[in-house]
Ligand binder design. Structure first.
Ligand code: ADE
Length: 247
């Protein structure tokens, strides 16, 4: 996958994109990344990229010319490459959106800054707006890094095993249950016997039930949209009964 990132602060990306899994994805050619400094497309002699809002009000607005020129220069016209503006006005990012984005061979992420981006630039060159949550950041850079991370780990071969993200929290519509590793006893607390039993079917059942339990306790809203079997529903019913009995 190739990702073009348009930003006023390219140096913000050096740490996160040059470490760990993203670093390996780049080294093995599964990911190529190009950072484009929007300021380079400002024709103004002082490289001004923002201006005061028409109609007054606080803050500064990103001028349309540099953004549009940058994207038109880098992204071939007439293609279906998603050009995504990170902004608090976008649709809220989810695992499902990450999956869909991971199906593209190429993506463009555009980081907004200041109070916002002139709407005419959005109309001309942006195909989608994404927010990473209902809070306001100082700019789209951290949001873009989150999207790159969530999308790239889904690319084939980026995480070791081909199905390594099959049980991810949210991939199944549920949260993942707890995980354990050696030692079998830690500060008087044993790891669950079933996980050491080697009995695959029992382990699978335990994991499913713990995933349901955790989702019920922490994010019951997710259960409404999750695909649940008869066994899942029966287990949730016992959880609900236990809760009622506890008062
Ligand atoms: N820019 C500022 N706030 C943002 C958010 N919540 N998501 C994406 N981009 C942003």
């Amino acid at each position: 996958m190739h990702i073009d990132i348009f930003t006023l602060f390219p140096s913000m990306f050096t740490g996160p994109l040059t470490e760990s899994i993203l670093k390996r994805a780049r080294e093995t050619g599964k990911l190529s990344l190009a950072l484009h400094d929007i300021r380079s497309w400002s024709v103004d002699k002082h490289h001004v990229v923002d201006d005061t809002p028409y109609g007054g009000g606080g803050g500064m607005i990103m001028k349309p010319e540099p953004i549009v020129a940058a994207i038109e220069d880098i992204i071939p016209r007439g293609t279906d490459i998603p050009v995504i503006l990170l902004s608090p006005q976008g649709r809220v990012f989810t695992q499902d959106i990450a999956y869909r984005l991971s199906q593209n061979e190429r993506l463009a992420l555009v980081c907004g800054h200041y109070e916002g981006v002139d709407e005419r630039a959005i109309d001309l060159v942006i195909t989608d707006e994404i927010s990473i949550g209902d809070y306001v950041l100082t700019g789209g850079e951290l949001a873009a890094m989150i999207i790159v991370d969530a999308v790239v780990r889904l690319l084939p071969g980026v995480l070791g095993a081909p199905d390594a993200h099959r049980y991810d929290s949210h991939a199944t519509g549920l949260l993942e249950g707890p995980h354990y590793t050696r030692p079998p006893m830690f500060r008087g607390q044993p790891a669950p016997d079933v996980l050491l039993s080697g009995h695959e079917a029992k382990i699978e059942k335990w994991r499913r039930q713990e995933s349901l339990r955790r989702t019920w306790q922490r994010r019951p809203d997710l259960l409404l949209a999750a695909e649940l079997s008869k066994d899942d529903k029966a287990f949730l019913f016992t959880l609900a009964q236990e809760e009622i009995e506890r008062g």
